[in-house]
Design a protein. Structure first.
Length: 205
């Protein structure tokens, strides 16, 4: 992971210099729907299930914004990582999930939802290991701000909040969290484009 750590240091400069975009689209939402993004529809139940995925891994999200962001952007980020030559095998997913569970020491199970979350976070991290991938990640935030329509209970997706949380994860990695070993993707579990308060009915583990 030493080479990846060096690459991600370079990605910090790329990400830090990218300009913030304009105002977010006000959320409207439909009953039972957390957010839509193009043809993608994320339901409140899916947000609950993805929130549980954090708990399945022996950790927790800090609110509904993190699982909702992963559900909205994750599939596209996985596709982008594959296009740039970093596909993620099922074996890698299983290994990473089990290592994360062991690291947290809280017990856990590599459920399908947990593996889905690990897939998104690994893709996120791998994209950050190159300037080209970091640019893709930044554009994903810009596009999401323009295209995500969220229920008012979640607030609006903003590029500024997205960049803030990504940079927080980058800082954690660059600060030298060597104890993470191969789990350098873990700090990006805090990535969220939503700054509003989490709905009270959402369990975060």
């Amino acid at each position: 992971m030493t080479l990846l750590r060096r690459r991600i240091v370079g990605a910090v400069a790329v990400f830090a210099t990218l300009a913030l975009s304009a105002c977010a689209v006000p959320g409207q939402g439909e009953p039972g729907v957390a957010a839509t993004y193009g043809d993608r529809v994320v339901t409140n139940q899916q947000v609950l299930d993805m929130s549980q995925a954090y708990a399945d891994l022996g950790t927790a999200s800090s609110g509904a914004g993190e699982p909702l962001t992963m559900l909205l952007l994750g599939p596209d980020l996985v596709a982008a990582a594959e296009k740039l030559g970093t596909p993620i095998s099922d074996t890698k997913l299983q290994t990473a999930a089990q290592e994360w569970i062991a690291y947290n020491k809280n017990g856990g199970t590599a459920t399908p939802e947990a593996l889905e979350l690990v897939h998104y976070l690994l893709a996120f991290y791998y994209l950050l290991t190159s300037p080209e991938g970091a640019t893709v990640l930044n554009q994903a935030g810009i596009d999401a701000e323009a295209g995500v329509v969220a229920s008012p209970r979640y607030g609006s997706f903003t590029h500024a909040q997205y960049v803030k949380t990504v940079n927080s994860g980058l800082n954690d990695v660059v600060a030298g969290k060597a104890s993470l070993g191969d789990l350098l993707f873990v700090p990006f579990k805090q990535t969220s484009g939503f700054a509003g308060a989490s709905p009270t009915w959402v369990s975060v583990g």
